[in-house]
Design a protein around this ligand. Structure first.
Ligand SMILES: [Zn+2]
Length: 289
């Protein structure tokens, strides 16, 4: 049986890279095939009918055609544009972060429908919550979980003793909390406040924070965010991902080296999530992280 020439996926757009005259590589997270880079031809033209359905963090249903290397989008239809997220700057930058982290913590060709569901549920919740930071923190803990890096919060990550409230520590390097006996001897550990540990545990246990969620004091929230950032950095090799994709395009007979120049990937303003130029000032997304 030959492979089907075309197939349908439900996808969220995680990242976009411009190339050629009017084309784009899209990194999708799909329900059916996990993370999937594809090509969308002509979407940067004003006349493109697909462009509106392929915005960052839009959930769309796509038809894809087999390419020699990257598959090509032939049809796109929006399922959810997450409008409330786009109408507010804090929510928008949180959505950038959500998309960026899903890209950073996943590999291609690993299908995880639960991650697709987490992404779409988080983007929906982000549109209605009055606390985007809490939604983002919950997402990061669940993402670590789905990616196989669930932090240990109930027992000591070193000796496995149940943790009591008190002088505990936390090590992102070891991936969890440490008891008062193990903490002091571990160079990568830092003290963790009991309230911070409590919030992390609640978020790890709970569903998405709704409107009646708990209030987290600013100092505690900052520490929660710092720990999540450390955990994610530990598991993400900050690799430059676009050259890899572009190398694959260059070797694709449908595009060829002539079309894929080095000017590709220059980010458009709304694509600040793509900006990885070390000389550039940190984007609002990265400084938030
Ligand atoms: Zn211990």
């Amino acid at each position: 049986m030959p492979r089907p020439r075309t197939y349908r996926v439900e996808a969220v757009v995680l990242r976009r890279i411009d190339f050629g005259e009017a084309d784009r590589v899209l990194v999708l997270y799909t329900r059916e095939r996990g993370k999937l880079p594809v090509v969308a031809k002509g979407v940067r033209r004003m006349s493109s009918r697909m462009a509106g359905h392929l915005e960052l963090f839009t959930q769309s249903e796509l038809m894809l055609a087999k390419g020699a290397n990257l598959d090509v989008v032939t049809q796109a239809e929006t399922r959810n544009a997450f409008r409330p997220v786009r109408e507010d700057l804090t929510r928008t930058s949180t959505a950038y972060l959500i998309a960026e982290l899903a890209d950073a913590l996943t590999e291609e060709a690993m299908e995880q429908p639960e991650l697709f569901d987490l992404l779409t549920a988080t983007l929906r919740a982000l549109g209605t919550t009055d606390d985007p930071r809490l939604v983002a923190a919950h997402y990061q803990l669940r993402l670590l979980d789905v990616a196989g890096f669930r932090p240990v919060l109930m027992q000591c990550v070193s000796c496995h003793a149940d943790l009591e409230p008190g002088r505990n520590a936390f090590s992102a390097y070891l991936g969890g909390a440490l008891c008062p006996r193990c903490g002091p001897g571990e160079p990568s550990a830092r003290p963790i406040d009991t309230d911070v540990l409590k919030v992390l545990r609640n978020l790890q246990r709970a569903g998405l924070p709704g409107s009646a969620h708990f209030r987290v004091p600013e100092m505690v929230m900052r520490e929660v965010e710092r720990i999540l950032r450390d955990l994610i950095e530990r598991h993400t090799e900050r690799r430059l991902r676009s050259p890899d994709l572009l190398a694959r395009l260059r070797s694709d007979p449908a595009f060829g080296p002539a079309q894929v120049s080095d000017s590709v990937g220059s980010p458009t303003p709304e694509d600040s999530v793509d900006a990885k130029d070390p000389a550039a000032p940190p984007s609002p997304v990265e400084s938030k992280l």
